[in-house]
Design a protein around this ligand. Structure first.
Ligand code: NAD
Length: 499
């Protein structure tokens, strides 16, 4: 347990300065051993708001040593008592939800009202959910023989390395570290270079109730800070969320040590609107599914929308009108619906795809939502949401993950073909089906190759619903009791001969 300022800080700029240049490990805020930092930029203005500590192998080494010591004591704490402390973390994080929401809006550009507040509140909920699961770390007895008592026990793995992306870092961090801790592990988080501050504040707050050294975080770049975490001999498990490309690097490095990994990777999720769908509901589902309010920066973004020919034109008109009415602006302004893209690199990537789409034969680009007029935001990373029609499923825009506010609407007439097209993707993260016909819904549900399939809704990951992709979208599940048992413990088999 450590003493930190737990006063709620409503000014995100001041909080960013307070957190500047530090990791949190071994119970303290600490600069990098090299003293190096990198800038944290407000994507709405291009101004620097803080520095982040530049973590390297030596920092990872120091954090691992602290985590190893803390974990030895933590695994001896009763599972329900561990859970109680995780629930307490949830309470503190709930009290700080607005503070965390403002800070995440500042560093990532996600609009406060529509995105950042939602994420900050589900963060606390995830801790509360997992904190209640301590007594579920049960083993089994096996009827092997009357004289040989045979049973299994769930044991913690040891030190878990958790590597985060920038798009929903609070929620994704919670889904990794809350179950890992309840299961008796210590954790070392590696934050995304674009979003190091809010997750640092979360770990700082958690350390006001957790034993010193148990929950640690380092900021830095992938090769310098992420890679030594994965390859450290004392790290026994890695849970990673990010791109397919990096996921493969992490998987290979983990294979060298033969340690388990969970990989939550990219997606190109199909949304199929059948001829009998409720049009208004489907349009609302497309807006939620495409995460236009998050500039489309979502792994499950419904970025391939297959609309039946009979509804296509009306669907496009309604969708355009609704997205057009959304207000793009300062992420910290309560009136803003859509904030910014996270970084100049991501902005270039998104604009590159828009340019490719415009050059695709047959494609029509519909740019929606006016660019902000405020001169203070002139250097902000704003991109108008783009709805493309006239594309086919084999076009580059429909095949590759853009991770921005660009969606492809594909007209269809043949049911067998639309199911084949929906599955014709390297990804398999999520899918939705829109119909009032139960038979059709169930047929599509059974045939779609995705880890998460929904009918007539487009919700995000929920506590205790296993979440994760198939195909190139990943390996293993998160968010549920089973994920805690399967990914953060190992099963020990015990036989006691009583003859
Ligand atoms: P990214 O792969 O570039 O980076 C993710 C993390 O990996 C960062 O913290 C980065 O520093 C780290 N990293 C980079 N190289 C590394 C290395 N060699 N060793 C260890 N760590 C390394 O991804 P991103 O741009 O931050 O996030 C966007 C991607 O994440 C998209 O593809 C998106 O679909 C995916 N994502 C998936 C989910 C999901 O739940 N399936 C959720 C959110 C985002």
């Amino acid at each position: 347990m450590t003493s930190v300022d737990t006063n709620i800080q409503t000014d995100p700029f001041a909080l960013a300065r307070d957190l500047s240049g530090k990791h949190f490990y071994a119970g303290e805020m600490r600069p990098s051993l090299s003293g190096k930092t990198f800038p944290v930029i407000n994507p709405a203005t291009g101004e620097q708001v803080a520095e982040a500590a530049f973590g390297e192998a030596a920092d990872i080494e120091a954090a691992v040593q602290a985590a190893a010591t803390a974990q030895k004591a933590w695994k001896k704490v009763g599972a329900r008592d561990r859970g109680k402390l995780v629930v307490k973390c949830g309470q503190i994080l709930a009290e700080h939800a607005d503070e965390l929401a403002r800070l995440i809006a500042l560093e990532t550009g996600k609009a406060l009202r529509t995105e950042s507040r939602v994420e900050a509140s589900v963060l606390a909920d995830a801790f509360t959910f997992f904190g209640g699961l301590g007594s579920e770390l049960k083993g089994e007895t096996v009827p092997f023989s009357p004289t040989i008592m045979t049973m299994t026990m769930r044991e913690p793995i040891g030190i878990v390395g958790a590597i985060l992306p920038w798009n929903v870092p609070l929620l994704l961090m919670a889904l990794k570290i809350a179950p890992a801790l309840v299961a008796g592990n210590a954790v070392i988080v590696k934050s995304a270079e674009e979003a190091p501050l809010t997750v640092l504040r979360v770990i700082q707050l958690m350390n006001t109730v957790m034993p010193s050294g148990l929950v640690n975080i380092l900021s830095g770049y992938g090769p310098e800070c992420g890679a030594p975490l994965v390859s450290h001999p004392k790290v026994g498990k890695v849970t990673f969320t990010g791109s397919v490309e990096t996921g493969k690097i992490v998987y290979k490095a983990a294979a060298e040590k033969l340690i388990p990994v969970t990989l939550e990777l990219g997606g190109k999720s199909p949304m199929i609107v059948m001829e009998d769908a409720d049009l208004d509901r489907a349009v609302a589902g497309a807006i939620a599914g495409m995460r236009f309010t998050r500039q489309g920066q979502s792994c499950t973004a419904a970025s391939r929308i297959f609309v039946h020919d009979s509804l296509h034109d009306a669907f496009v008109e309604k969708l355009k009108a609704k997205v057009d009415a959304m207000k793009m602006g300062d992420p910290l302004d309560e009136a803003t619906d859509i904030g910014t893209i996270v970084s100049p690199q991501q902005m270039d990537r998104v604009q590159g795809y828009i340019a490719i789409g415009k050059k695709t034969p047959g494609a029509v680009a519909h740019a929606c939502s006016a660019m902000p007029a405020d001169p203070k935001l002139a250097k902000g990373l704003f991109v108008q949401p783009h709805i493309f029609t006239g594309l086919t499923n084999d076009s580059q825009l429909a095949r590759e993950e853009i991770f921005g506010p660009v969606c492809c609407i594909i007209r269809w007439t043949d049911y067998e073909q639309v199911i084949a097209d929906a599955n014709d993707s390297e990804y398999g993260l999520a899918a939705t089906v829109w119909t009032n016909n139960l038979h059709k819904a169930m047929d599509a549900v059974n045939r779609l190759e995705a880890g998460f399939v929904q009918v007539n809704q487009n919700l995000v990951v929920q506590p205790n619903l296993s979440y994760g992709g198939v195909k190139a979208s990943g390996l293993g599940k998160e968010a549920s009791l089973e994920s805690m048992l399967e990914h953060f413990t190992h099963k020990k088999t015990i036989m006691i001969n009583m003859a």
